[in-house]
Design a protein around this ligand. Structure first.
Ligand code: UD1
Length: 419
């Protein structure tokens, strides 16, 4: 299995091209199930999760094409198989996003239950309750969600008791083809949901309230194909901002805009990282020293849970203490013992961790069991004395495109060890 070797101590300087957002690409690809027309997605990232979604859509019967050189995905034709098998769903939870579109358009779907994952139990009850409110009949049997709506889905008023990105996306897509009006109240407001809504609108959907926590969808009879450019990945960009900052460097995060970062910007600035909008993107640079700053993860526009591990790595070398509280997932401190092995002083208790900054980390062999935890170890390795080897790189490849080449391009001493 591939590993990443980092020799710490280099200052990062230069520009990094930020790819299309993974968390926008996956739901956007599921829109291919809502139409027989051709859906073209541009600015598509070449990530393992995108390949998993392409395989899943291919299994459903769509014609799929991924032109990596042009960074384009083409989806064409209709579905003829309505089952999402355990083999693919267990690889990627976001596979659940085919449920709403299949049910809305084909009135039936059989999707494997995603089950637990490394960062917590992550149930899908909000997805299922919402679809039931829209008239679907749902049975759970032998690890599968068996869903049907023989007379089609009907619009409903759905109040989410808890903010969920995936449930908002699944129900938004389902509602575009439901009969009548659907209201999604306490909907998630992540920029990726706005991107999905705008793509659906370009396919002929009627959606109001885009960007707010209240989406109103007027169902239509059919949707047509479209071409849509995927918005830049704010988590990839934020990750590289932390990487530059921990080395005392400066990088231009090409193609990004300040608005998509949410509260992460304020935390970075308070910690001593300048984030400045320029014509070509956002420039992240460390001004002087780093200061310990608290962070609490929250739904957008709050501090993104997907940035928590990277920010913790940064805080591990800041002056003073930082309290980091995780409110979204119950088991998302798996990077703590690994960062500690590199010399970080972190005490995690329940949902909070106190990080007491140290002057220097030291390189070590480390591994992590999820995507953002893995990249936080790379960030730590960039500032550590000596060599760090990050094992289990396949997690990284799910969400970062050529992370080692992008970092080497701005001066990091980093390479992939094959095998
Ligand atoms: C998405 C992102 C993921 C990010 C997360 C939170 C994608 C592909 N993934 O995941 O990177 O970390 O948002 O920003 O976009 N919950 C329930 N019942 C449900 C659904 C969710 O209890 O039916 C809970 C979850 O366990 C979690 C919280 O709600 O505690 C938020 O989860 P959710 O926003 O749904 O995350 P995902 O859509 O899975």
């Amino acid at each position: 299995m591939d590993r990443i070797l980092i020799r710490g101590g280099r200052t990062l300087k230069g520009s990094i091209a930020i790819g299309g957002a993974k968390n926008a690409a996956l739901p956007l690809m599921a829109t291919g199930l809502l139409t027989d027309g051709r859906v073209t997605l541009t600015n598509a990232p070449a990530l393992a999760d995108v390949v998993t979604m392409l395989n899943l859509l291919g299994q459903h019967g769509l014609r799929v094409e991924h032109d990596k050189a042009a960074r384009e995905i083409h989806l064409d034709g209709g579905a003829n198989n309505f089952e999402a098998s355990y083999d693919l769903v267990r690889k990627m939870r976001a596979s659940i996003l085919v449920l709403g579109p299949l049910l809305a358009r084909y009135r039936q779907a059989r999707v494997s239950l995603p089950g637990g994952c490394a960062i917590g139990t992550r149930p899908v009850d909000l997805h299922l309750k919402g679809l039931e409110a829209m008239g679907a009949k749902i049975d759970l049997e032998a690890g599968y969600i068996d869903a049907s709506a023989p007379n089609g889905l009907v619009g409903a008023k759905i109040l989410f008791p808890q903010v969920s990105v995936g449930a908002t996306e699944n129900l938004l897509m389902a509602a575009t083809l439901a009969r009548g009006t659907t209201m999604l109240i306490n909907a998630a407001r992540e920029p990726e949901i706005g991107d999905l809504a705008n793509c659906l609108i370009s396919m002929g959907a009627k959606i109001e309230g885009v960007g707010s926590d209240r989406l109103t969808i007027e169902g239509v009879d059919s949707l047509h194909g479209t071409t849509h450019s995927i918005l830049p990945d704010r988590i990839e960009a934020g990750t590289f901002a932390c990487a530059a900052a921990i080395t005392g460097g400066e990088v231009l995060l090409e193609g990004t805009r300040l608005e998509i970062f949410g509260a992460v910007i304020a935390n970075l600035r308070e910690a001593g990282v300048a984030m400045v909008q320029e014509e070509g993107g956002v420039r992240a640079s460390r001004l002087n020293g780093l200061h310990g700053v608290d962070a609490v993860t929250e739904p957008f526009p709050g501090f993104a849970t997907d940035m928590q591990a990277q920010f913790m790595a940064l805080m591990s070398v800041a002056e003073g203490a930082s309290m980091i509280t995780e409110t979204i997932f119950e088991n998302r401190f798996m990077h703590v013992p690994e960062l500690s092995r590199m010399g970080a002083r972190i005490n995690a208790h329940g949902t909070s961790a106190i990080v007491r900054g140290v002057p220097r980390l030291s390189g070590a062999p480390v591994m992590a069991t999820d995507l953002r935890a893995s990249v936080s170890l790379i960030i730590a390795g960039l500032a550590a004395q000596g060599e760090t080897v990050v094992n289990r790189v396949y997690h990284l490849d799910r969400g970062y495109e050529q992370v080692e080449l992008k970092l080497a391009g701005v001066g990091a001493d980093i390479e992939r060890l094959r095998g």
